[in-house]
Write a protein that binds this ligand. Structure first.
Ligand code: ADP
Ligand code: MG
Length: 409
């Protein structure tokens, strides 16, 4: 069989017109001689009736902290509705299709409700459908434990479903259809004319995605990298070549060589809270530091931009966790301040390793734009700065100009 895995995000499925366009793309694929395997997200965005955020809001209006297993069962319905609606859109157009839940598609996960990890996939139902020329439409973002409990994979998890299914089917390419025509050098919501990066390496997109460019889920890219699957990020509406993501060095590069780019793109994360902890005594001489990090880990609070000194421990968190952090650390007798309203902005590029002066350019351009930096961190392929959320647009614009990211990649 000649499988091709196509994933459609929620904004691509929001209206009947869009769903017919999606159906047409699927029909065209089938006509070109491949066996489409389709993965869909919940229809629409926050505010739309079956979107994930709407389902969360709905259940929280009943109980502010629902049982995780119940919550996953509810959230899985968004994608199931989407899969059924897409299958029936295709059936209506005379193209046979069958909706499958994640569990029916053979996706087995661990028990981590809300952010479950895929353990194994047995795609026999998918293969069976394709063999009978019925197009499987798989509900993304979900799986099932070995004992049959429905789980979800975390926000953006449909990307993971698509790539994991492709790996199980030994399919070499996954096409991810979304509302932008590829990965841009900055979030187009902030920089509307940011150009599309035609080619990216797995490493670069993982970095961008972890640092906030939510165009594709980083875990999906990791699975693609392990399985050697090529990813294409494409626009449902606009068509075009989009962004191709590979290990690099394929020799068919268009435009700039990947290794030549010092900075490939800018990513950002909003809604960060800055936590500062000062102790009664020297942190170096107590078990307190360990205790703090253990308590945070046990409450599943992930921390970032960590700063440690004998007098101060600082880090940032998702601001949704601000109250939880205060609760969790309350008993330790420490001075804790948690301040909302921060953002993390990062420049990313595999080519910055060993290039002197990148940090100086980041600092100087932010300074010129009157953006105070509260903390920085860097790796071989990125530099991140903690700034006030109110300064985000100014910061992204300044870095975009400094690193000449308006040029076509
Ligand atoms: P989908 O519902 O299709 O999964 P997402 O909302 O998850 O779509 O991802 C697409 C969005 O990612 C775009 O609308 C865009 O605002 C955002 N985004 C953030 N950074 C980037 C970037 N560097 N390039 C493209 N899109 C980006
Ligand atoms: Mg997404």
């Amino acid at each position: 069989m000649n499988f091709c895995v196509l994933k459609f995000g929620g904004s691509s499925l929001a209206t009947p017109e869009l769903r017919r366009l999606v159906a047409q793309r699927i029909i065209d694929k089938a006509a070109s001689g491949c066996d489409p395997v389709v993965v869909v997200s919940a229809m629409g965005r926050a505010g739309d009736v079956y979107a994930t955020d709407s389902l969360i809001g709905f259940i929280r209006s009943t109980n502010a902290s629902p049982d995780p297993q119940n919550l996953d069962l509810l959230l899985s319905c968004g994608e199931i509705i989407s899969a059924v609606v897409m299958a029936e859109t295709l059936n209506q157009l005379g193209c046979r299709a069958q909706a499958l839940t994640g569990g029916q598609a053979g996706i087995v996960t661990d028990q981590g409700f809300g952010s479950a990890r895929i353990i194994s996939i047995d795609p026999k139902a998918v293969i069976q459908a394709c063999a009978q020329k019925v197009i499987p439409i798989i509900a993304g973002f979900q799986g099932q434990t070995s004992s049959g409990k429905v789980t979800t994979l975390g926000r953006g998890g449909s990307d993971i479903t698509a790539v994991a299914i492709a790996a199980a089917l030994d399919c070499p390419v996954v096409e991810i259809y979304t509302d932008v025509d590829g990965v841009k050098t900055a979030d187009p919501r902030l920089i509307p004319d940011a150009p599309t990066i035609e080619e990216l390496t797995y490493g670069e997109i993982i970095e961008l995605a972890h640092l906030g460019a939510k165009v594709v889920h980083p875990r999906a890219v990791e699975i693609a990298m392990e399985a050697g699957i090529e990813l294409r990020i494409l626009s449902t509406v606009q068509g075009g070549l989009g962004t191709t993501i590979t290990a690099g060095g394929g020799g068919k590069k268009r435009g700039t060589q990947i290794a030549d780019r010092v900075v490939t793109g800018i990513a950002h994360l909003t809604r960060r809270a800055h936590v500062k902890i000062s102790g009664p005594a020297d942190f170096n001489e107590s078990e307190l530091t360990l205790q703090i990090f253990d308590l945070l880990a046990r409450s599943h609070i992930s921390i970032d931009l960590i700063y440690l000194s004998p007098q101060l421990i600082a880090f940032i968190i998702d601001d949704e966790k601000a109250d939880l952090v205060k609760q969790v650390l309350a008993g330790l007798g420490l001075n804790i301040t948690v301040e909302n309203g921060y953002a993390k902005v990062s420049v990313v590029g595999a080519g910055m390793h060993g290039v002197p002066g990148v940090m100086a350019r980041v600092v100087r351009s932010l300074e010129k734009a009157d953006v105070p930096i509260f903390q920085t961190t860097d790796s071989h392929a990125n530099i991140s700065c903690l700034i006030r959320e109110d300064d985000l647009l100014a910061a992204v614009r300044a870095l975009f100009a400094e690193f000449e990211l308006s040029k076509e990649g």
